[in-house]
Ligand binder design. Structure first.
Ligand code: G3H
Length: 216
């Protein structure tokens, strides 16, 4: 199975606004886009219209639809832009569990894909029962660091995969940088990875992404 690679642009200076557009233009040159997903800043989601061939996803959504909801990011508005999914409950943007439940329920009604981030196995157990499109397991202490989750906590990937089996697909993230990290995660039962700094903070993001994909 081909690994699904979700690249979180976060709010890095070189990945927001016109810089986000430049990165997407670079990434567009990769032929096989089937399993690549670009999670851009909310202000850049309109770029889905300029790059219809790319899977552009959000970094956060709210539970409300259209209406008097100042500052909201509704799934309805993203779908109207052509954006078909989003991260939710990232360690850097945590959400109350009652809100998570209502967003995941609604996402399934709308056909919108939620990548629900969790910080530990208890959360993986609790939230996988909601059957979001994906659970993304990331130990917070490894996020943005040099040691990958597949190096530091390989056993936990297998345990998370066991929890998600039959309910949802598992992504793993934190410190992912190499093809070996991706291969190890896949071998342990993940469907793919969630990666940010390993690509975005690299001097040549496209080269790093291509190398992460290997010959795929
Ligand atoms: O969303 C991505 C994760 O927080 C992982 O970040 P990182 O690849 O910089 O460790």
């Amino acid at each position: 199975m081909e690994p699904e690679i979700f690249i979180n642009f976060k709010h890095y200076n070189n990945a927001v606004g016109t810089n986000s557009e430049k990165l997407l233009a670079d990434f567009k040159s990769i032929k096989n886009q089937d399993s690549l997903y670009y999670c851009v800043a909310e202000t850049d989601l309109y770029l889905q219209k300029s790059f219809p061939e790319l899977h552009i996803y959000g970094q956060h959504v709210d539970s409300n639809g259209y209406g008097a909801f100042t500052g909201s990011v509704s799934m309805e508005s993203l779908l109207d832009l052509g954006v078909k999914g989003s991260l939710l409950n990232h360690s850097e943007k945590r959400v109350d569990s009652s809100i998570i439940e209502s967003i995941v329920k609604k996402s399934k009604e709308l056909g919108f894909k939620i990548i629900l981030c969790v910080e530990n196995l208890d959360e993986a157990e609790k939230y996988s029962k909601l059957e979001p499109a994906y659970i993304a397991y990331e130990p917070p202490e490894l996020i943005g660091g040099d040691i990958s989750v597949s190096t530091a906590r390989p056993e936990i990937i297998g345990q998370a995969a066991e929890i998600c089996k039959g309910r949802t697909k598992l992504l793993v993230g934190a410190g992912v940088k190499t093809k070996e990290d991706v291969d190890t995660s896949m071998a342990l039962g993940a469907a793919g990875v969630l990666i940010a700094s390993g690509i975005i903070k690299n001097a040549k993001p496209i080269n790093r992404l291509v190398s992460l994909m290997g010959n795929r």
